[in-house]
Design a protein around this ligand. Structure first.
Ligand SMILES: [Zn+2]
Length: 424
């Protein structure tokens, strides 16, 4: 936290996205007659510095600095009262128990991760550097604790919601989880944090119908696999395609009684707000309306940001804010606001840390954003989102409820088309 006061990338503007004025405080985005609104419970923020002790090689994208700087930026916002302290309920993470991990992973796999870390420590000591564990996955002496904390943090947020202490929650975790398969680590992931949370929500709190929304630029193959036969856990993913890890075609729909509960939205590289916005309004909303979830989990990866080195998408911080707000509104409508955001990817340091802070701001009920990076450069062409959406309507037999644009007329981006009201 020592670098907080002079953190170079603390943006000097926090923009209420609904206002044309460039430099107002977050408070200005709030309604003026606040006294007539019922008191809103805070957002649980679950974090533990021990998650920084999962070390990786030089130049590996998934670094401890992502979280370290994200939490420093959040703490700075709270300290300067830009983000009111009473809106955030800070909670320490706890490690997921073995039984909790075994709801989605095999006993042999969990033992393999634990043993590998123990042997590394015995062989090379607590200061040992990272060693390769699987493709794109390294472990260091702190990795088992870090990974179990990453899987346990969302459970702490769910408890805070279930016990009536928080409105929603943000598990700011690493290593990420959505590529982790039942018996295999991959893509920077050891345990599937969001999947463990889905099972916990069902078993501890009786929230049987779980909607998992995943806007990370990569397809969450592990999450899809774990719930592929499960009708109660709907997995909705937008992702660049074809791209790592190769799964996520729209024709992957689930199997058996789970058929139809997997909803993949593969998107071409270059997709920006003009594609994501109608997909969230016209595909995700009818999906949520049809299932009426008991709780929503959001796999929040910020690697669809236009600056991200691992993706080719064109989203900005404001776009991530709006997608998070959309999901939060969905939770308010269907499940008393029960929403836990679980951190996944995002590898441009400024983009990911500002998106982390912006996500927390959104969860507390504000549409203020932190952004020193701006919008993606103009694009001369645009993708045909109508064709993408109508294909999804056919595949998933969708109909009915849709949402109007959040910021109609407020936002002018070069790739934005005039909105049609047809079918709204
Ligand atoms: Zn990713």
């Amino acid at each position: 936290m020592a670098d907080t006061p002079d953190m170079p990338d603390t943006p000097d503007t926090i923009l209420p996205t609904s206002s044309p004025a460039p430099a107002e405080s977050i408070e200005s985005a709030e309604p003026e007659n606040q006294q007539v609104e019922p008191a809103r419970l805070p957002t649980a923020l679950v974090y533990d510095p021990a998650m920084l002790d999962h070390h990786v090689p030089e130049e590996f994208p998934e670094t401890p600095e992502r979280l370290e700087r994200g939490i420093a930026l959040i703490e700075a916002l709270i300290a300067e009262e830009t983000l009111p302290a009473e809106r955030v309920l800070r909670q320490d993470a706890r490690p997921a128990t073995l039984d909790e991990l075994l709801t989605v992973h095999t006993p042999a796999y969990v033992a393999k991760v634990q043993l590998a870390v123990e042997r590394l420590r015995e062989r090379a000591g607590d200061d040992a550097g990272p060693v390769k564990f699987a493709t794109d996955v390294y472990i260091s002496p702190g990795s088992y604790l870090a990974a179990t904390l990453a899987a346990g943090a969302p459970l702490v947020a769910l408890d805070a919601i279930g016990e009536g202490r928080a409105h929603n929650g943000y598990a700011l975790v690493r290593p990420p989880g959505h590529h982790a398969r039942p018996a295999q680590a991959m893509g920077f992931c050891l345990f599937n944090n969001v999947a463990v949370a889905a099972r916990y929500a069902q078993q501890r709190w009786g929230w049987q119908k779980v909607l998992i929304v995943d806007y990370d630029v990569h397809h969450g193959n592990g999450t899809q696999e774990i719930f592929y036969n499960d009708p109660d856990v709907v997995y909705f993913s937008t992702h660049q395609y074809p791209w790592y890890p190769g799964t996520g075609a729209s024709t992957e729909l689930g199997e058996g009684v789970g058929k139809g509960a997997t909803i993949n939205v593969p998107l071409p590289p270059g997709s920006g707000w003009s594609v994501y916005d109608p997909i969230f309004r016209q595909v995700l909303w009818p999906v949520a309306d049809r299932m009426k979830p008991d709780v929503i989990l959001l796999s929040a990866g910020f690697d669809a940001h236009w600056m991200d080195p691992l993706g080719d998408m064109r989203l900005s911080n404001a776009d991530f804010s709006d997608m998070t707000l959309e999901v939060a509104e969905m939770a308010d409508r269907y499940c008393d606001g029960r929403l836990v955001v679980v951190q996944e990817g995002g590898y441009h340091l400024d983009a990911v840390t500002q998106c982390m802070a912006t996500t927390l701001v959104a969860l507390t009920g504000s549409d203020g954003i932190l952004d020193s990076l701006g919008l993606a450069p103009p694009l001369n062409s645009r993708w045909n989102d109508e064709a993408i959406i109508s294909a999804l309507y056919q595949l998933h037999d969708l109909a009915g409820y849709r949402r109007k644009p959040r910021r109609q007329g407020k936002r002018v981006t070069p790739e934005q088309k005039p909105e049609s009201t047809a079918g709204e």
